[in-house]
Write a protein that binds this ligand. Structure first.
Ligand code: FAD
Length: 317
């Protein structure tokens, strides 16, 4: 019996979440006295997984699986779990993996819980901590089924190096034609920039920036830092920025190492989505702005003066 993870990749490269998942799985496996097996689908070179504690990789290379097909991918993960006799299967919380997790759980007759943060509170009974109510509360959830499926919340554990020797094995699961009744045939990226999901740093702008014509400095700051850009809800509602950049309770959750909020007041609905970020920097000209209460670093002043200075300073590093 081994603990199984699905190590997600795109265009032959592992996503950042795959390494976080591996780091997390290694610790859970140790507490269960077992090893970590990863199943990969058209992932190319899998050797990087050995840096994060994965002991064995089941490599699936199949042209039929080039586009994401939830049922087919879930079927592959199920067969990998059965082959390994996995009692615990861990997936990440990307859009694809959220979709897959419940399908995998149903097919394995397993209990499933999403938004898991931290290592299991107890392995017998099997209890995990998960977020609830838009990250404003935590619950301890017990899974009583023989097989357990967990969805690890993104950026909740971190990437921890743990070099081990890796066994690679080609795996050819049976795939049913009926699995392909819904399939993603092409993916069009909205931009070539860093995506919020993959970012370590996010620079986010609010209504304090007055209009879309002023976003050049936000993009420049993001570019200097290798960061993704984001925005508050009204900014995307007003059409100043694309909806994909809206973060908060009703937008994307952000749990980065550094979140820089420029001209954002810090309404509770915004904070709900970004509060798990490690370091929060707030730039606002109102010293009473609520965002300062949750900020690690605050700069009181005009964004139009501070951001250009910040960019110039950062360029000298
Ligand atoms: P404002 O509230 O207008 O704040 C602008 C800030 O910019 C102010 O603090 C001001 O002092 C500052 N400022 C102005 N000029 C400057 C300057 N020159 N330099 C520096 N600072 C300046 N909001 C979200 O963001 N995400 C969500 O997911 C979300 N979900 C919601 C769900 C519900 C059900 C509801 C009711 C609301 C939701 N909202 C959400 C909206 C939220 O309540 C706030 O209205 C919104 O976050 C405010 O956006 P803002 O801070 O950009 O704008």
């Amino acid at each position: 019996m081994s603990l199984l993870i699905y190590a997600e990749s795109a265009e032959g490269k592992f996503k950042k979440v795959a390494f976080e998942l591996a780091s997390y799985a290694k610790k859970v496996a140790e507490s269960l006295g077992t090893t970590v097996t990863a199943v990969t689908i058209n992932a190319g070179d899998v050797s990087d997984l050995s840096k994060y504690g994965v002991d064995k990789v089941l490599k699936v290379n199949n042209d039929a699986l080039t586009g994401f097909s939830a049922r087919a991918y879930a079927d592959v993960i199920k067969q990998a779990a059965q082959k390994e006799g996995a009692k615990v299967v861990v997936l990440s919380s990307t859009t694809d993996s959220i979709y897959l997790s419940s399908l995998v759980a149903i097919s394995l007759d397993a209990g499933f819980t999403s938004n898991v943060v931290g290592l299991p509170v107890s392995t017998s009974p099997f209890q995990v901590k998960r977020t609830a109510f838009s990250n404003k509360a935590f619950t301890i959830t017990e899974i009583t089924t023989d097989i357990k499926v967990l969805g690890l919340a993104k950026n909740s554990y971190g990437i921890i190096e743990n070099n081990v020797s890796l066994t690679e094995e080609d795996f050819n699961p049976t795939i049913d034609a009926a699995d392909f009744n819904v399939k993603v045939t092409s993916v069009e990226k909205s931009s070539g920039k860093v995506s919020i999901a993959d970012a370590d740093i996010v620079v986010s702008g609010g209504r304090g920036l007055k209009g879309p014509e002023n976003w050049g400095m936000i993009e420049e700051l993001a570019s200097v830092l290798g960061a993704a850009t984001a925005c508050s809800k009204p900014v995307s509602d007003l059409g100043w920025r694309p909806h994909g950049e809206h973060v908060g309770q009703t937008g994307k959750p952000v749990a980065t190492n550094l979140y820089i909020a420029v001209g954002i007041s810090g309404a509770i609905q915004h904070i709900a989505g970004i509060n798990s970020s490690k370091v929060k920097v707030v730039i606002n000209n109102d010293p009473e702005a609520p965002f300062f209460k949750v900020a690690d670093y605050g700069i009181v002043g005009d964004a139009f003066e501070i951001v250009p200075q910040l960019i110039e300073k950062l360029k000298t590093f």
